[in-house]
Design a binder for this molecule. Structure first.
Ligand SMILES: [Zn+2]
Length: 212
């Protein structure tokens, strides 16, 4: 069984959402300067690289925060759906014409976005492929409990709220910033574990797929 690391490597070279703070890694204890060990501080948005959105990210103050997400949704059987490069927006019509296996609960979308990671583009790409609101409705109504996308938002750049709201209100877990460039369409076992940060609207995660 092969293991695929589908997480982005956290570094100052990663693009960040426009307006979010840059990713800063600062080693404040340095062995070469006589300190007993190396220790680094990180400063960034919690929505950096590969990360999970909590319902509190887009819903009201009673909505669950990241440490409350059920881990059973974040681990288990998942299907990677590869969409053709021509797909610029994942709509309900696109999903209807895709062959999503019956009883799929966790669905990861491999789109032309994954090539952005393979090419190590450092600039934020606003024309990334994302899910339209009607696609979010479609997934929620077809029993999908987890959605993963291969750029920094599940929603189109110019229309962020509706797709997030529909999915999060329906209890669908959202993983963003996956790198699926090395993964083919098919069935896998997913392990995605967001950091357990109190009261947080999101958290970075290590995500892997294991071939089945
Ligand atoms: Zn998001």
């Amino acid at each position: 069984m092969r293991t695929y690391d589908i997480s982005l490597t956290i570094s100052p070279d990663l693009p960040v959402w426009p307006g979010d703070p840059e990713i800063v890694l600062e080693r404040f204890s340095k062995m070469e300067e006589g300190d007993p060990c190396n220790v680094t501080k990180i400063s960034a948005s919690l929505h950096l690289g590969t990360h999970v959105d909590a319902p509190y990210h887009y819903l009201n103050s009673d909505a669950p925060t990241i440490e409350q997400l059920p881990l059973h949704l974040l681990t288990g059987r998942a299907y990677v759906l590869e969409l053709p490069n021509e797909v610029d927006l994942i709509t309900a019509a696109v999903l209807e014409h895709s062959e999503i296996p019956p009883r799929t609960r966790r669905l990861l979308f491999k789109t032309r976005n994954s090539a952005i990671w393979a090419q190590q583009k450092r600039q934020f790409q606003p024309d990334f492929v994302a899910l339209s609101p009607d696609a979010a409705e479609y997934l929620a109504h077809h029993g999908i409990r987890l959605v993963g996308v291969d750029y920094l938002s599940v929603a189109p750049f110019h229309l962020p709220a509706p797709t997030h709201e529909i999915l999060l209100k329906s209890g669908v877990v959202i993983i963003e910033g996956l790198d699926l460039s090395q993964v083919r369409q098919g069935r896998y076992t997913l392990y995605c574990l967001p950091l357990k940060i109190a009261g947080a609207d999101g958290a970075p995660a290590r995500a892997i797929l294991i071939g089945v």
